[in-house]
Write a protein that binds this ligand. Structure first.
Ligand SMILES: NCC(=O)N[C@@H](Cc1c[nH]cn1)C(=O)O
Ligand code: ZN
Ligand code: ZN
Length: 471
């Protein structure tokens, strides 16, 4: 039913149960984009999202992107991307929101306390895969649009919602390029709804690191071997791989690949001053993660290394024996996975060559007869914006209105693969306005969003739409 402008927050409060139920329905769909076997579920998730936007009165197009070459070599159809709009008044500004409804993988046996795809409400939190990254944030936005629309939408709203973000947004860069003179031609602002805050205080994000993801294959024998029969007589693929992975980064997190820091933008005093003013406590991070000592001792240093220096992480080894028990095998082929988060002004194609050259030279030094193959499967660019653009002002006003505090202006250590493309192709201001909490455990076990963030975050998006109309 129609409500007056100052009643929108009340409208949101009154619909909380419905919002939680919808999050339960969405989380129940195991839309893991990394697994080709789950592709139908990602497609189903796209359909659910479309249906809801249609219910809100939106005009929706599902754009097919063609095929994806999966790192396994398999060819699979990419999920469609949703392009949608609500409102089309040439006298109003147009904001385009971007987010995703695919998720990272999750299994109960990874160490979840509850079933990952069943939302469980406990102690003011909603637990489940995707509650924070990013289904909960997308739903908060859609519910905000629904609430605001009860008195008329104050700005034109567009949406780009995809199902491949967690694996590098395959095909989306081409879509943005293709649509720049049509669907995206009248967009004034781009807002990404997919980030956590730095603390309990709301944060507005003006930068994100890029990511170059590598697959390093080592092929030894034609088949797995008995370690009794062959141990001591063969060059083992697993030993080669562990040796190579160990040449990448030292114990202090310093990347050992020559030239990797060459392009990193120099640090200036202003930046450190900005970081000093942020609300962030190492003790909270220790309590949340169970880590007793970080690589850096002060808040400023930790943020510098999270946001504006590159980092290298080793993620896993495919093909290695990893089950329970004591299998005595020499794996024939193993695949190491690692990625380098990049910062301005690093360039993925330069990083790709630096990594490949370095690994080939280290392997040559080792004189193993095994074969290696290095492939970069994701090359997402870093992004950094001007936080004084008008939409940032609207977001600050919205934060003040909803939370009665000033927003922290923050950067993200993670990656929004498409963020830099939006800026480069459209030449428009990009902002990340997320509502995740600092301890939501995105990508990890027991991911959650607090009910406070979910509901007050809905109000934040509603207030932002109104503030944007008046700047
Ligand atoms: N919520 C943003 C996010 O988690 N993005 C992923 C994107 C990515 C980068 N490389 C592979 N996927 C992230 O890990 O930062
Ligand atoms: Zn995300
Ligand atoms: Zn994610």
């Amino acid at each position: 039913s129609p409500v007056p402008q100052n009643g929108i927050f009340q409208y949101i409060n009154d619909h909380q149960d419905e919002y939680v139920q919808r999050l339960k329905d969405w989380v129940a769909v195991e839309s893991d984009s990394s697994d080709p076997e789950k592709r139908d579920l990602v497609n189903h998730m796209m359909q659910l999202t479309k249906d809801f936007i249609v219910k809100l009165g939106g005009k929706v197009e599902m754009v097919e992107l063609g095929e994806q070459e999966h790192p396994s070599g398999k060819k699979i159809i990419l999920p469609p991307v949703i392009l949608a709009e609500i409102g089309n008044d040439p006298n109003k500004p147009t904001v385009c929101f971007y987010g995703h409804v695919d998720v990272q993988s999750a299994k109960k046996e990874d160490g979840w306390l509850t079933e990952p795809y069943t939302v469980v409400e406990k102690d003011g939190n909603l637990y489940g895969r995707g509650t924070s990254d990013d289904k909960g944030q997308i739903l908060a936005l859609l519910h905000a649009v629904e609430a605001v629309n009860t008195i008329g939408i104050p700005v034109n709203v567009k949406f780009i919602i995809e199902g491949m973000e967690e694996v590098g947004s395959d095909g989306l860069d081409k879509l943005v390029e293709d649509k720049k003179d049509t669907f995206l031609s009248n967009v004034d602002y781009i807002v990404v709804t997919d980030t956590p805050w730095l603390s309990k205080k709301p944060g507005i994000t003006y930068g994100a690191r890029g990511n170059c993801y590598f697959i390093l294959e080592v092929q030894g024998a034609r088949r797995d071997l008995h370690s009794g029969g062959f141990g001591g007589t063969v060059y083992e693929a697993m030993s080669d791989l562990i040796y190579l992975l160990d040449t990448l980064v030292d114990v202090k997190g310093h990347i050992l690949i020559p030239g990797i820091y060459d392009a990193v933008a120099p640090l200036n005093e202003k930046e450190i001053k900005l970081y000093k003013e942020l609300e962030f406590n190492l003790k909270d991070l220790e309590a949340d993660t169970g880590i007793s000592k970080f690589l850096h001792d002060t808040k400023e240093e930790l943020l510098l290394y999270r946001w504006r220096y590159p980092s290298l992480s080793i993620h896993g080894i495919e093909g290695a024996f990893s089950g329970t028990g004591t299998k005595t095998v020499i794996p024939a082929k193993v695949i190491g996975k690692f990625s380098i988060r990049q910062v301005p002004n690093m360039n993925p194609s330069v990083v790709e060559k630096q990594v490949a050259d370095y690994l080939q030279s280290k392997f040559a030094e080792r004189k193993s007869p095994n074969k290696i193959n290095v492939t970069m499967v994701i090359g997402a660019k870093p992004w950094l914006a001007d936080m004084n653009e008008p939409q940032y002002l609207a977001a600050r006003k919205a934060v003040k209105r909803v939370f009665n505090t000033d927003a922290d202006m923050i950067r993200a250590g993670g990656t929004i693969p498409i963020a830099k493309n939006f800026e480069e192709v459209l030449g428009k201001s990009v902002m990340l306005l997320g509502i995740g909490g600092p301890d939501d455990a995105a990508h990890g076990q027991n991911e959650k969003i607090s009910k406070f963030n979910y509901i007050e975050g809905t109000k934040l998006y509603a207030a932002f739409l109104q503030e944007l109309a008046s700047i």
